[in-house]
Design a protein around this ligand. Structure first.
Ligand code: PEP
Ligand code: MG
Length: 324
């Protein structure tokens, strides 16, 4: 099996019926580029910049620019999707201000934190824009709940652009801007959201947590954390349909994307881009090469009438077992 996986290194991620599936990496530090390059992933689908703050605290603009510019260089022109810092909830930095909260996952985290502490946000937006002159950089915002929040983010980005322009600093004026689709509220209005951004990236870890009201880190209710719950499947289908109608890119970057049994489900729904931990890339490529898109589509049609998450899980397991 290990030998078989190693053979996947030089193979394209294409289904038996010739559909190409892009495989990107989720990373937290530049040390991970060794694996990103070794496994020949198509680039970085999620750079979790909050780890910079957890390690260094309130980093100045130049330090952040240097870290991300190094990432752009190590990524050799492939897409580098930089997510603005997703601090708060379970990702706290001992160097950053965090209020004590009763319900932190529902509280001051991610974009809410960035918009409140806008001086940190502005520094990061300037650093990312500066890096956009050195690579194929895309920018995305986490935990967007509605279009007002997105508008506030775009205003901040435009302000950062204006400052850099005035200072004569080079950057990519047309940097692509996307949102994490990880709150049910945004998924429900994904047709509208698709008109406002260049891409979606689906964060299934949080989407499931918020759709089902299940703390993703709570062992007592872990049995209810169900990626195959029909409500979750319906949101996932809706998101990719909205993206395809508007002809914008759409990637899944939550844990589901790297989990073998969910790959046929996602492909059958219409997803063509998956982003995962680099160590899952070869296995995902091997699975993709064993699939026909038409079979995956049929699988999704069959599951539409399946009301129970457990039954859907069993059918996905059976489907993937028959492939290997
Ligand atoms: C997600 O929510 O699925 C995601 C990819 O983001 P994170 O795990 O960093 O919250
Ligand atoms: Mg998330």
């Amino acid at each position: 099996y290990v030998c078989e996986l190693a053979l996947m290194q030089g193979e394209p991620s294409v289904t038996k019926d010739g559909v190409n599936i892009m495989l990107f990496s989720n990373i937290e530090t530049n040390d991970e580029f060794g694996k990103v390059n070794e496994y020949k992933s198509d680039g970085v689908g999620l750079y979790r910049t909050e780890y910079i703050y957890m390690e260094h605290g309130d980093v100045d603009e130049d330090t952040q620019f240097n870290i991300l510019k190094e990432a752009a260089e190590l990524n050799y022109g492939r897409p580098l999707t930089i997510r603005t810092f997703d601090l708060g909830s379970d990702k706290l930095s001992k160097y950053m201000p965090h209020p004590k909260e009763q319900n932190p996952a529902m509280g001051l985290r991610a974009i809410r934190y960035s918009l409140k502490y806008s001086h940190f946000f502005m520094k990061q937006l300037r650093a990312v824009l500066r890096v956009s002159a050195f690579g194929n950089v895309k920018l995305m915002f986490p935990m967007i709940s509605g279009l007002e929040e997105l508008r506030d983010c775009k205003n901040a980005l435009n302000e950062a652009k204006r400052q850099l322009r005035d200072e004569g600093v080079v950057f990519n004026e047309n940097i692509r801007v996307g949102v994490m689709m990880e709150l049910p509220s945004l998924a429900v209005i994904s047709e509208m959201a698709a008109l406002e951004v260049d891409f979606f990236s689906v964060g299934t870890n949080d989407l499931i947590q918020y759709a089902l009201g299940i703390d993703r880190n709570n062992e007592y209710v872990a049995y209810l954390y169900e990626p195959c719950h029909p409500a979750v499947r319906s949101l996932l289908k809706k998101i990719v349909s909205s993206a395809n109608t508007a002809k914008i890119e759409c990637t899944v970057c939550g844990e589901m994307a790297g989990e073998p049994k969910y790959i046929p489900l996602l492909i059958g729904m219409g997803y063509r881009q998956l982003s995962m931990s680099p160590s899952s890339i070869l296995r995902a490529r091997m699975i993709i090469r064993s699939l026909n898109v038409s079979d995956c589509e049929e699988l999704v049609r069959d599951l539409t009438s399946c009301p129970y998450a457990k039954d859907a899980e069993d059918r996905l397991m059976e489907f993937i077992r028959n492939k290997s």
